[in-house]
Design a protein around this ligand. Structure first.
Ligand SMILES: Cc1cc2nc3c(=O)[nH]c(=O)nc-3n(C[C@H](O)[C@H](O)[C@H](O)COP(=O)(O)OP(=O)(O)OC[C@H]3O[C@@H](n4cnc5c(N)ncnc54)[C@H](O)[C@@H]3O)c2cc1C
Length: 503
């Protein structure tokens, strides 16, 4: 066994995964508009049980909560108006995702009585507006001054409701807006605030990558199986989202049952151990919410951008001893599972050009960065000649000077001379603390409970339990073809399975 493997294994042995005490509630967000998109309501139905968790978990900046009663004829007549606006903001087909979460609470349901009382509901429908976090454990009273929760006093038709929202956020949304024709795409002169919006994109890209593997039944051989397992190991140890780390660890623990001898069963099915039953970041990651990676056109950016950001965010967490493992794992992952032939082949060439194993994490971070820049450089030319790029996000050599002046030794645009020490420092900060900064800030202004959940979600938790990481170890060994030993470790791991205490 090589030194690298030894270090990796010892790193994995010390891997800790936190035990969640929060039920979470992203499935509701994810489910918006699912099924028959034409028939399903877009507004999210909330009740006493899920009200706080949905509003805490939404990536949207604002929320509208409609309190209504299902027996109220005016509410029934109002519903199509409300739904017209919700169509713009909610669900995978949202025209302006990530801005406003549109919800409703049925006060005629006995179980919701206390919730409706907290908001002093005096008539139906009654609509409120505010940052989602302000609704969590929140209340509203008519005479309370300076509340961040506002009553929407002019939302009687879809047009008027949208006008009211436009005035609040300075937007110019229209009911007939089409997907991606909006003014809320970011500029590609990325700044620190923008990267913090990538937190959700990384989760979404991870979930999308996993879905692609499922839908293509892409684990086809012992080689692809080992490649998949190594990537999952990397995520279990270093993904910035705790729920993705947890989901990855779950897959590792159950891998023998899901993929006996590397032959996986994929379908989502009740009770059976299949890969589809182990969503990598849990069931609740909202989809269609790319924000940092959102293109100005329907067919640009999104997943591939999210994948790059995932790779960079992983790279800055790697320790020296894992750097070559991380390198080969990402190379193999792209080669086996990134279903874009051109991308795969070019990337593989760049992987093959590395002749000496990485020993330092710094070298690996800089390799991912410079490889990405090589792709940018090539695409700059292609996109200019074919007009296939996103007009609002032309490819650039990155980071631009505006973002990191000290990364540049010379100002000659034709041949940039980099100060690699500064580039490394910049990348560590940008894809590390800066990436999670707003998430944490959001939690700081929220409730204490919210603070705990949010910060734990993105950092190694303090009340962590040692995960039965023998599974990771066993599969790592298996993937190194240590047959009998792997078998032993797997057996050990199976025996330890009941100790898992998340769920
Ligand atoms: C492994 C891989 C290989 C690919 N190969 C190809 C290919 O051969 N042909 C093709 O057409 N498309 C390829 N793509 C897709 C392409 O690179 C872009 O992802 C896609 O065009 C979307 O571009 P974007 O504007 O969202 O920015 P992306 O290039 O996706 O970058 C996402 C974000 O990362 C940041 N960033 C940019 N450059 C760097 C850097 N050097 N270091 C750190 N951060 C950076 C920026 O903030 C940028 O907005 C590949 C994608 C991946 C993940």
């Amino acid at each position: 066994m090589s030194v690298v493997h030894l270090v990796l294994f010892s790193g994995l042995l010390s891997l800790v995964i936190a035990v969640s005490s929060s039920p979470g509630s992203r499935s509701i967000l994810r489910d918006i508009g699912g099924g028959n998109a034409d028939q399903k309501d877009k507004a999210v139905e909330l009740n006493t049980t899920n009200f706080d968790s949905v509003l805490r978990d939404t990536p949207a900046k604002y929320a509208v909560v409609e309190f209504f009663a299902h027996w109220c004829p005016a509410c029934r007549n109002y519903k199509p108006h409300y739904e017209k606006v919700a169509r713009l903001f909610n669900g995978p087909d949202a025209i302006h995702p990530g801005m406003v979460l549109m919800t409703r609470v049925d006060c005629a349901m006995k179980t919701n009585t206390k919730l409706c009382d907290k908001f002093s509901i005096s008539h139906y429908p009654m609509l409120f507006w505010g940052p989602p976090s302000k609704f969590v454990s929140g209340s509203w009273e008519p005479k309370k001054e300076k509340s961040e929760i506002l009553v929407i006093d002019d939302g009687r038709t879809a047009d008027r409701l949208l006008d009211w929202i436009n005035k609040q956020i300075g937007s110019s949304y229209r009911l007939d807006d089409k997907k991606f024709e909006n003014e809320h795409v970011l500029s590609n002169i990325t700044n620190y605030e923008q990267i913090s919006q990538a937190v959700y994109d990384i989760e979404e890209a991870t979930a999308e990558a996993f879905d692609i593997i499922l839908s293509h039944k892409a684990i086809k051989s012992s080689e692809t199986s080992a490649s998949f397992v190594r990537f999952i190991q990397l995520l279990a140890a270093h993904h910035l989202s705790r729920r993705c780390r947890k989901g990855a660890a779950e897959i590792l623990v159950n891998y023998d049952d899901i993929c006996p001898s590397g032959k996986c069963s994929y379908e989502e099915s009740g009770g059976k151990d299949t890969l589809g039953n182990f969503p990598i970041c849990g069931k609740d990651v909202p989809r269609g919410y790319y924000m940092f990676c959102r293109g100005s056109k329907n067919d640009t950016r999104g997943f591939s951008c999210g994948l790059w950001v995932l790779f960079h965010s992983l790279s800055v967490k790697i320790e020296d001893g894992e750097s070559h493992f991380a390198f080969t794992t990402i190379c193999d992952f792209v080669n086996n599972f990134f279903m874009c032939d051109e991308c795969r082949l070019h990337f593989n060439d760049m992987c093959l050009s590395v002749k000496t194993p990485f020993k330092k994490a710094r070298d690996f971070v800089l390799w991912v960065w410079s490889t990405h820049n090589k792709v940018n450089e090539r695409l700059m030319k292609d996109e200019a000649s074919l007009s296939t790029g996103d007009p609002k996000f032309p490819k650039i050599i990155w980071p631009p000077k505006e973002l990191c002046p000290s990364c540049y030794l010379s100002s000659d645009q034709k041949k940039i001379e980099w100060d690699h020490d500064h580039v490394y420092k910049f990348l560590k900060n940008y894809y590390g603390p800066k990436l999670v900064s707003v998430y944490k800030e959001k939690s700081v202004i929220g409730s204490k409970e919210e603070t705990n959940i949010a910060t734990e979600d993105l950092t190694v938790a303090t009340n962590a339990l040692v995960v039965p990481i023998g599974a990771a170890l066993a599969i790592a060994i298996a993937s190194c073809a240590f047959g009998a030993l792997a078998c032993y470790w797997r057996t050990q791991q199976k025996n330890r399975k009941p100790r898992r205490s998340w769920n």
